[in-house]
Design a protein around this ligand. Structure first.
Ligand code: SIN
Length: 286
C-alpha cells in the first residue's frame, strides 16, 4: 500500500468528519449519540472509526445508560479488572483525578487492558468535568504507522515473535490495587506484530503499560528491544494526535491499532469522566 492509499477517507453520508491530523483522529459533527442511531449512521460510524482510529464527538448529553447503549451497538461491554476494588457499575470505568489522587489513570503510553486474552477492541471515554486550569488532553498514537516506520530488517526480526502482557505491571506496580482475593490479574501472550482483524493492516502491538517481555529472547535482549520500541512510540510526534477535551466530549478509539496517554498537567484541579469498553471477538493475531 502506498502512503497515499493509507490516507483516511473524509466523506460519509450521515455526518461530517474533520480530521485532526492526516492519518489519526477526527471530529465527527452532526450526530447525537443519545438518539436512536440509524443503520446507515452506524455503518458510517464504524467505517469512520476504522479509517481515523480515534473519533471525537462534542456536546453530547448522555446518561450513563445512553453511554453504555452506544457501546453495545459495537459489542458486549468489558468489565475492567480493577473494578472489583471500586464497587459501582462493573461495565463503567470511572476516570477521576483530584488533588488527592496518587496517580491519574492512563498516564503513560498504553493499549487498554492488553493483558486480557481478548482485549477490548474499543473504548469510549466521556468527559463531563474538566480541570478549571485547562489541560487534561489525551494523546493517541497510530500503531499502523509505528509499524510502517520500522526498517524492513526490524519488521522481519519482530514478525513471528510474541510478547507477554501482564496486568500486574500497571494495576499492582503502578496503581497499587491488588487482584481479587485468591486470583491474579490476566497475563497473556500476543504477537509483537499483529494484523488488524477488519482492515488487514499490520501494526506494532507492544505497549509500555502492559508488555513485560518478548518470548524467546534473553532478558537483556528483550528489555533492549522493548525499550527501543517504546521510545519509538513515545518520541515520534508524527504518530500522534492530541484530543483537547471539553465538557461533554466523548472519544471512541480503536484499541487494536492505537495507544493513548492521558496528560496530567492540571494538578491540583480535577477531571472526571466515565469509560465504557467494547469487547473484541478474537485474540490479536499475527
Ligand atoms: C484511559 O482510558 O487510559 C484514560 C484516558 C484519559 O483519562 O484521558
Amino acid at each position: 500500500m502506498t502512503p497515499q492509499e493509507n490516507l483516511p477517507k473524509t466523506n460519509y453520508e450521515s455526518f461530517e468528519v474533520a480530521p485532526l491530523t492526516p492519518h489519526i483522529g477526527a471530529e465527527v459533527k452532526g450526530i447525537d449519540l443519545s438518539a436512536q442511531l440509524t443503520n446507515s449512521q452506524i455503518r458510517d460510524l464504524r467505517q469512520a472509526w476504522l479509517d481515523h482510529m480515534v473519533l471525537v464527538f462534542r456536546d453530547q448529553q448522555l446518561t450513563r445508560e445512553q453511554h453504555k447503549a452506544f457501546g453495545r451497538i459495537f459489542g458486549k461491554l468489558h468489565v475492567h479488572p480493577v473494578n472489583h476494588s471500586r464497587g459501582g457499575d462493573e461495565e463503567v470505568l470511572v476516570v477521576k483525578t483530584t488533588k488527592d489522587s496518587p496517580y491519574t489513570a492512563g498516564d503513560g503510553w498504553h493499549t487498554d487492558v492488553s493483558c486480557e486474552e481478548i482485549p477490548p477492541m474499543g473504548s469510549m471515554l466521556y468527559i463531563t468535568e474538566m480541570p478549571a486550569s485547562g489541560g487534561g488532553d489525551t494523546m493517541y498514537a497510530d500503531m499502523y504507522r509505528a509499524y510502517d516506520m520500522l526498517s524492513d530488517t526490524m519488521k522481519e526480526f519482530l514478525s513471528g515473535l510474541t510478547a507477554i502482557h501482564d496486568g500486574a505491571l500497571p494495576y499492582i506496580g503502578a496503581y497499587g490495587i491488588g487482584a481479587p482475593e485468591g486470583q491474579s490479574y490476566p497475563k497473556n501472550e500476543h504477537p509483537v506484530i499483529a494484523t488488524h482483524p477488519e482492515t488487514g493492516r499490520k501494526l506494532l502491538y507492544v505497549n509500555s503499560g502492559f508488555t513485560t517481555r518478548i518470548k524467546g529472547l534473553a532478558p537483556a535482549e528483550s528489555r533492549a528491544i522493548l525499550d527501543m520500541l517504546f521510545k519509538h512510540i513515545a518520541e515520534t510526534p508524527s504518530l500522534t494526535c492530541r484530543v483537547r477535551w471539553e465538557e461533554n466530549t466523548l472519544t471512541f478509539w480503536d484499541n487494536r491499532c492505537t495507544q493513548h496517554h492521558a496528560v496530567w498537567d492540571y494538578y491540583p484541579h480535577s477531571r472526571y469522566g466515565e469509560r465504557v469498553s467494547v469487547l473484541g471477538d478474537q485474540r490479536p493475531a499475527a
